[in-house]
Design a binder for this molecule. Structure first.
Ligand code: DI6
Ligand code: FE
Length: 407
């Protein structure tokens, strides 16, 4: 056990390390942190009495889990679409709204017009809410700029949020989210703009950690998605994909072919697609907030993911059109109630498997020696309570890189 300096000693916690598939809880013990990393875990009797301890936190028997990881968000955007929500409740369809210039196009207009500081301030509200509910690492996509300057602005704002707040931000270029109005009827030309200009510039400025696309009949075809993926590969960037959300386009197999980190949504994936994900080791990301908000009826095939050993993550998909949510434990509840995932699967979905979906499993996602000390303390008796509560807030403390931050 740690011989010398401990920066933070957390005593009297029951650790859910998330290293096993049952999310087993250990008896009360300690977690020791030095230089932002976990350097000791175990019963208090194993703590080296010679260790110099800089600060202590008494967990009072609370449950300690890895910090939560939201591996799929579009949280940087300007404006809101509450008015469209009201219109939809009165019977106007999502498509009608889009045809009248609303939908994604309206968020694109607001986001293009926003100055970076204003965009950052609006997005910060959503990020702070995620953090209040336990998030220590968050993925943020572009995709409401749909032109070079605005896409880069979104990624810069995402990076700036990671500097402003004690949370790790991973950025994803999603220029292939929708065809912008100035390219109507010329989707292939817009894809050329992405692969020849937007993506190379984002890579050159190191603004993107990954590349995503929306492969769907209302967005980009598999052939167009392939072009985006080939450009990502040429620039050494990993890929992920919005796949099979509304229809089966073979997106999961395409993602798997490119060794994607994750394939997300997947309501309409078939067994061949699931098999391809399993072979490639691609994570399936469940987004129950979008399923709920769109009142979808076809749930993703959880039993098939289980049977083929595809790891499942759970994320908020925080976006103004289909999942205006910033509460990751609520998404765990929805993954259980709507998709029939188990609470243990839901917890792994926002920890270990979410880390893998971002290519970050080496540094986080479990409570293990050597990992980054991103931790949450919860006032609950059982880990299943994290999924059981509908929108509860049992978070007692949030520690990021070894430092406890006010909630
Ligand atoms: N799938 C979705 O459900 C959202 N984006 C995506 O790729 C919709 C985003 C929006 O309506 O603003
Ligand atoms: Fe999404």
């Amino acid at each position: 056990m740690p011989a010398s300096a401990i920066d933070l000693l957390i005593r009297n916690v029951r650790v859910v390390a998330c290293t096993d598939d049952d999310c087993a809880v250990s008896p009360p013990g300690f977690v020791a942190i030095a230089q932002g990393r976990i350097v000791g875990i175990g019963p208090i009797a194993h703590l080296n009495p010679q260790a110099s301890v800089h600060a202590e936190l008494d967990g009072e028997g609370a449950l300690l889990t890895p910090g939560l990881i939201d591996c799929h968000t579009h949280l940087v955007y300007a404006g809101d679409r509450a008015h469209e929500f009201e219109m939809r409740l009165k019977g106007t369809s999502y498509e009608d709204i889009a045809r009248a210039g609303g939908g994604i196009a309206s968020t694109v207009r607001h986001t293009r017009d926003a100055n970076p500081l204003d965009l950052q301030a609006q997005s910060a509200r959503r990020l702070k809410s995620l953090m209040r509910h336990g998030v220590t690492t968050v993925e943020i996509k572009s995709g409401y700029g749909l032109a070079q300057r605005a896409e880069l602005k979104m990624l810069q704002v995402a990076r700036a949020l990671g500097q402003q707040f004690p949370v790790d931000v991973r950025t994803t270029l999603l220029a292939a989210h929708a065809v912008p109005q100035e390219f109507t009827g010329r989707a292939d030309d817009y894809v050329s703009e992405i692969v020849e200009h937007i993506l190379p510039e984002a890579a050159r400025l190191q603004l993107a950690d990954a590349v995503d696309a929306f492969c769907e009949n209302i967005a980009f075809t598999p052939a167009q998605t392939r072009r985006v993926f080939e450009a990502a590969r040429a620039h050494g960037l990993p890929v992920k994909l919005h796949a099979e959300q509304l229809s089966n386009q073979g997106g999961a197999a395409l993602a798997a072919e490119f060794g994607a980190l994750s394939a997300d949504h997947l309501e309409h994936v078939d067994e061949a697609g699931v098999r391809a994900l399993a072979t490639a080791g691609t994570v399936a990301v469940m987004l129950p907030g979008a399923y709920y908000f769109l009142r979808d009826t076809q749930a993703p095939p959880i039993a098939l993911f289980r049977r083929h050993g595809v790891p499942m993550a759970v994320a908020t998909d925080c976006n103004p059109g289909t999942s205006p949510g910033t509460h990751l434990p609520l998404m765990m509840n929805m993954a259980c109630t709507l998709f029939r995932m188990t609470p243990a699967e839901a917890l792994l979905g926002v920890t270990r498997h979410a880390a893998r979906a971002l290519g970050l499993l080496d540094s986080r996602g479990t409570v293990e020696l050597g990992k980054q000390a991103d931790l949450c303390l919860w006032d609950v008796d059982h880990s299943a309570e994290l999924s059981y509560a509908i929108g509860g807030s049992p978070l007692r403390a949030r520690i990021q890189r070894g430092v406890q931050h006010p909630l």
